[in-house]
Design a protein around this ligand. Structure first.
Ligand code: TRP
Ligand code: SF4
Length: 328
């Protein structure tokens, strides 16, 4: 079977929300059916910015693993593992750091942006500069062909490609030059209409119960021009409608919600009721699975052990080849 290999990871930022589900996880879940896939939590990458405050990393990793499994990562197909358990990544990172010119890292737009944005942290570290080298080792050690990532990660992936080419040029064709898989994903607004984000406090989490989801959707921001029930609305500017696009079947949206909103035939509360009618059954199985898994740390541990074991096999082989090629 010559299907390509997919690899992706996420930094442990804590509980996952609908933005992660529709922006990344759903895509991973589709890919695992077609490709030889590997998924992991990039806990070393968390250290690049959180090195002074590490106490949340383990808990965030645990929460993220539960969310990934509950969302439908099928570890019988795709190993799920923790980066920090794979010292092979660290060794390849060291080897790759020898051939990576510092200017490649300094000119990375994400590097500059983050340093300017995260002003409360001292990011003038070696580790933070080397973020893309570590990411390159994560990817190259599996000889991944495709890396599903968000648009913000594309500059990092470009560095990975350059490092792979440089390695192959210097030592022979060992590494695979990967491609970013940028898939279209729907707009996922938070309850205040801005992009869904933990830091905005507007997120709906996979761990939220149906009651919590309902309590968040009910007061959600709508078309701001629709003040009274009798005012017609515009679904094109309404964040509730963006969620309808994800959860409500197209026929119902086109026949009932869209015209109902524009003619003031349907009120915002009813509209949200229709949304919840579709949203709750879609999210409930994830919520239930998550709750079940949260009570079984032994099973989760076993899944991760198994994932690490399977990942190690591939990572160890590539590392050995790389060392052989470098004659080290
Ligand atoms: N940098 C990625 C993020 O912030 C996480 C990550 C680390 C990653 N290593 C990776 C993603 C390798 C894809 C492949 O989300
Ligand atoms: Fe938004 Fe629905 Fe209200 Fe229209 S009826 S403004 S789509 S919540």
């Amino acid at each position: 079977m010559s299907r390509g290999r997919v690899l992706s990871g996420m930094r442990p930022t804590g509980r996952l929300h609908l933005g992660h589900l529709f922006g990344a996880l759903d895509n991973w879940i589709r890919l695992q059916e077609e490709y030889d896939s590997y998924f992991f939590v990039a806990d070393w990458h968390a250290l690049t910015t959180e090195y002074a405050e590490t106490k949340g990393i383990r808990e965030n990793t645990r929460e993220m693993v539960l969310d990934m499994l509950a969302a439908g990562i099928d570890t019988s197909k795709a190993p799920l593992f923790l980066q920090s358990r794979l010292h092979e990544h660290a060794e390849l990172h060291l080897l790759l750091s020898m051939i990576t010119p510092v200017p490649w890292l300094e000119r990375n737009p994400t590097y500059k942006d983050q340093q300017q944005e995260l002003t409360t942290k001292d990011l003038s570290t070696y580790g933070f500069l080397g973020y893309p080298v570590l990411m390159a080792s994560d990817i190259l050690i599996y000889k991944a062909n495709y890396v599903p990532v968000g648009i913000d990660q594309v500059p990092h992936l470009e560095v990975t490609r350059e490092i792979a080419r440089r390695f192959n040029h210097l030592y022979g064709e060992v590494l695979v030059v990967p491609e970013a898989l940028l898939t279209e994903f729907p707009k996922v607004p938070g309850t205040d209409g801005r992009k869904m984000s933990k830091s905005y406090g507007n997120a709906i989490y996979l761990a939220d119960s149906p009651e919590q989801v309902t309590a968040k959707v009910k007061p959600m921001v709508t078309d701001p021009a629709r003040v009274r029930r009798s005012d017609p609305g515009n679904p094109d500017v309404c964040p509730v409608f963006d969620l309808h696009k994800i959860f409500t079947p197209k026929e119902e949206r086109d026949a009932i919600i869209d015209p109902g909103c524009r003619t003031a035939g349907i009120g915002c509360l009813d509209c949200k009721g229709v949304l919840l009618k579709h949203m709750l059954p879609a999210l409930q199985p994830i919520y239930e699975r998550r709750r079940e898994l949260a009570t079984r740390p032994d099973i989760v541990q076993e899944i991760l052990e198994d994932g690490c074991f399977r990942a190690k096999k591939v990572a160890g082989e590539t590392l050995a080849e790389a060392k052989e090629a470098m004659q080290i």
